[in-house]
Design a protein. Structure first.
Length: 204
């Protein structure tokens, strides 16, 4: 769809099993868009999903950045250092961006780290918090309410309306977390984002 470079297509947002297509109705009518999408679906070949960017990103899983530590230790019947080591050994895949702008849904959480949501959601989850719920992990893009269980935080912003695109991650990207202590976290938080993350592109 993007390869067609149609001016009527404003943006596309993929999720697990659907695609949001925003379009300009003054340039392309709804019926015409439907026909175009149906044609593309008919012509679509089954291909493997291409890998996106691979990120290695620092995160702090201690102190005030892990407010649900005790609850997770009880829920998972596992000591905290084991939980963190297990979490950081996983290469997560960005599955979707939503439910609020920039929220990063991460697939790949193993069954031994699955947990329920909080019974009473927090009124405020700090920006860049890393959390888990059910069979997913996620990263909160800005301060917002939330009911996922928080186990860490990134020392940089993942969403900025001044950037294009505003969200740093995209569906298909791979993420691996590197644990840092609170002292290193504070130091990294003072640096430009590009200085604290490692990025590689498939095929390069």
């Amino acid at each position: 769809l993007l390869a067609r470079r149609l001016s009527a297509i404003v943006s596309t947002t993929p999720s697990y099993s659907s695609l949001l297509v925003c379009f300009n109705p003054s340039l392309l009518g709804r019926a015409a868009l439907h026909d175009l999408l149906q044609q593309l679906l008919n012509d679509l070949e089954q291909i493997d999903q291409p890998r996106g960017v691979t990120w290695e990103i620092p995160a702090c899983f201690g102190g005030r950045y892990a407010p649900d530590r005790k609850q997770l230790e009880v829920a998972l019947s596992t000591q905290w250092d084991v939980i963190v080591h297990r979490f950081c050994s996983i290469e997560f895949t960005v599955r979707a961006i939503g439910f609020v702008p920039g929220f990063t849904y991460l697939g790949g959480l193993p069954p031994d780290l699955h947990c329920t949501r909080m019974m009473t959601p927090r009124a405020r989850v700090p920006a860049s918090s890393i959390a888990i719920a059910g069979n997913q992990a996620g990263i909160y893009p800005f301060d917002s309410p939330g009911g996922w269980r928080i186990l860490g935080r990134l020392p940089f912003a993942v969403f900025d309306t001044a950037d294009e695109p505003p969200a740093i991650f995209s569906p298909g990207d791979q993420l691996r977390f590197k644990p840092v202590d609170e002292t290193e976290f504070a130091s990294l938080a003072e640096q430009p984002r590009e200085n604290v993350i490692s990025v590689s592109v498939a095929g390069q």
